[in-house]
Design a binder for this molecule. Structure first.
Ligand SMILES: [Zn+2]
Length: 254
């Protein structure tokens, strides 16, 4: 069996059989991988609580054991982001980003920038007073990295340029912004987007990850942006994001 060592962030785990764990993780150099950690629920020596969601680990896995699943041999905890685990909003915001990565990133597609984005997101959410803005910025960059950047500079129907004075809407199906003359009336109330949000997203599109977290959405804009980006992701993955349901049940978040 060929063994690979890499840095990885655990995206999710679930029980598998009597004593095993099914683990999805994002490596820095080998993309997103799914594997089985044999006897992980009993083996203290090989895993020592390292396989919890969001943990950064030094992982070692072998390919061959199963057709699509790798065999996780060892995982050593490097960082547990313990500060984000003490706060339900932080935990749920991190969960949303991890879920979006799990659903959007194809297996084995090598994109170190997605790993760096997730590492940066977990680090920032741990210390941030505004984890909702952090998860918005992270979802936005994930959309850009996935090659799904929506057009936000004009009405996609009549080509009218976005300006401060107009009324604008975001329509995932059309793939970006539309003006008030070209939004479906049924969608209008839930898709209004301000010029300020559009400008911030455009600025945050290419900035280095370390500088991304300087952007903050206004408190009244946060839930609009989060819902808008989540709806856009859901449109592309063709299913709801479970974490949005969790966030909607926490008071004063969205
Ligand atoms: Zn138009």
């Amino acid at each position: 069996m060929k063994y690979i060592k890499d840095k990885a962030i655990i995206l999710s785990t679930r029980d598998y059989g009597e004593a095993d764990l099914l683990v999805a993780f994002l490596t820095r150099h080998h993309g997103k991988v799914a594997g089985v950690a044999k006897h992980a629920r009993k083996s203290k020596r090989r895993f020592v609580n390292s396989l919890g969601t969001f943990n950064l680990v030094e992982i070692e896995y072998g390919e061959k054991a199963f057709p699509s699943l790798v065999f996780v041999k060892k995982a050593v905890l490097a960082e547990s982001f313990s500060m984000l685990r003490r706060d339900i909003v932080k935990l749920s915001c991190a969960g949303l980003v991890a879920e979006a990565i799990k659903e959007m990133v194809p297996e084995r597609m090598v994109q170190p920038e997605v790993f760096d984005l997730l590492f940066g997101t977990l680090t920032e959410i741990s210390i941030s007073k505004d984890p909702v803005s952090t998860s918005c910025l992270s979802l936005w960059r994930l959309i850009v990295m996935a090659g799904l950047t929506p057009r936000l500079d004009l009405c996609l129907v009549c080509k009218k340029k976005i300006s401060k004075n107009g009324i604008w809407y975001f329509d995932p199906v059309t793939g970006g912004t539309v003006c008030k003359d070209h939004i479906d009336n049924k969608k209008a109330a839930s898709s209004l987007i301000s010029f300020g949000i559009i400008s911030l997203l455009e600025k945050a599109r290419h900035v280095e990850i370390e500088k991304l977290w300087r952007f903050k959405f206004r408190p009244e804009d946060r839930d609009v942006v989060l819902k808008m980006l989540a709806r856009y992701v859901e449109f592309h993955i063709e299913k709801p994001l479970k974490s949005m349901n969790v966030l909607s049940q926490i008071d004063h978040v969205i």
